[in-house]
Design a protein around this ligand. Sequence first.
Ligand SMILES: C[S@@+](CC[C@H](N)C(=O)[O-])C[C@H]1O[C@@H](n2cnc3c(N)ncnc32)[C@H](O)[C@@H]1O
Length: 203
Amino acid sequence: MGEILSSEDAASDFVGYEDLIDFMKERALHELEGDIVEIGAFMGGGTTKLARYAREHGRKVYAIDIFDPACDRTEDSNGVRMCDIYEAFLQGRSQLEVYRETTRGFDNIVTIDKDSREVEFPGEQRFIFGFIDGNHQPDYVRNDFHVIWRNLQPGGSVGFHDYKFDLPGVTAAIDGLIEEHRDEIGEIREIKDKHIVLLTRKV
Ligand SMILES: C[S@@+](CC[C@H](N)C(=O)[O-])C[C@H]1O[C@@H](n2cnc3c(N)ncnc32)[C@H](O)[C@@H]1O
């Protein structure tokens, strides 16, 4: 999390969602049936990138965010709190207003303005891809995985940000999930320079 982008790139995204889109294209995830889900949209820059790809294939992006920049007090290994990073980027602006402005013009984004712990999709909602970059407390990482994994198509993938970087609790939670779901995971792919790990559900 610590090596986030400069403020001029902030309307873009923290992660480098282009790599996620490349991954989806490479795996032809659009050939599966279902939508995309993102947990942790922040200013919406990554959401619009997902939405552009989704739109090409007639799909939606469900974007879940609590839109409260103060709520994640997780500290990275340098003692910097996530909430302080978010507030520095927002410079007093409303997170939701910035997000609304960034995502304006996309009618295939469904915004879920909620704590991810309160989100449960109906059984018939299928996902081809999900990305988790919400609250960095281990319990949330676990929760957010289950919110997506329950509805993930066989052959679909879920990605996590902040793997093996400066949030050891996140990495440990992901490793625990990989261990517990080993039998259901067909492939694990790491994008090391972006601190992303992607788990593909067995067909
Ligand atoms: C690191 S930022 C996401 C950055 C985004 N993925 C990007 O690359 O631009 C984490 C986001 O998670 C959201 N968040 C924190 N706690 C949450 C919770 N309990 N439920 C949903 N979203 C939450 C924050 O509001 C923040 O927007």
